[in-house]
Design a protein around this ligand. Sequence first.
Ligand code: MLT
Length: 271
Amino acid sequence: MTDQHPDDVLTAVLHASGATDGDELPVVLVHGFPVDHRMWDETIDQLGVATLAVDLPGFGDAPDATGEPSVEAFADAVATALDAHGVGRAVVAGMSMGGYVALALAERRPDLVAGLALVDTKTVDDAPAARENRLRIAAEAEASGTVDAVRGMSETMLGETSRRTRPDLVSTVAGWIDAQRPASVAWAQRAMAARPDRTAVLEAYEGPVTVVVGTEDELTPVEDAEHTLEHTSAASDAALVLAPEAGHLAPLEAPAHVAGALERLHRRASA
Ligand code: MLT
C-alpha cells in the first residue's frame, strides 16, 4: 500500500484512438520505462479495436508524479483516469513497467480488468543488486538533471535484429528517452525498486491472459515470459505469443504480431 498524501493525486493521461460503440471493451495500453504512449503507435495502427494509450504520471503528456514513488500510485492514476473517462471495464496491456502497473491494477481494481496482456514484462520483484542499481540511476538522474543514466536503453530495449537492420528505430527510441524528465526517471526507478512480487496476483486472476515476448528480448527474456505463463490460473486459459526478431520493445518492433495477440485476447474478453 502506498503512503500517499491526500494532495498527491497523480494524473495519467489517456490518448484515445478508434471509435467505440460504447459497449465495446477498449484496450488500455500502458507503456514501459523510460518512454511514453508513443511506443504503442505502430501497434495501434494495426489494431481493429478502440484503444486508450496511457501516459503514466511524469511521462509524455502527463503532469509530474509527486509523493512516495510506487507502482501502486501509477495504477491508481490509471484507474482514476479510466473512471473519469467512463470506462467500466477494459482489456489492459502493459509492456515491462506497464506490466507491473497492469498487475497492480488487477490487484487493486479487478473490476476494471476484463483481460490482461503482459508484454515483455515479469511478475517478480527485483533482486537486491537490481534494486540498488535503480536507486543509483535515480540519484544520478536527479544529480545530473539529465536522462544520461538511461540513454543507453535506446539500444538495449531493441533486439539484435532491429539494432542491425533498423537504425531508424534506435534514433526514434533515443528521441523518446531524451524527451522524458529526469525527475520522472528518478521517480519511476524508485517506484519499480519498491514494487512487490505480484506472481500471486496473476495466479489468482481468472480473466483471459496473453503473455507476449520478443524472441530477442534481452531485458525480460523468453524465460521470464515462460515463468509468467506457468503462474497463470487455469481459468485464464493463458496463451504465450512469441514476437519473432523483436526485442524488449516488441510493440514497436513487431507490431503486427502484438496487435494480432491483443485482438485475439480482446475477442476472448468480449465473448
Ligand atoms: C521497461 O522497459 O519498462 C523497463 O525495462 C522496466 C524495468 O526497468 O524493469
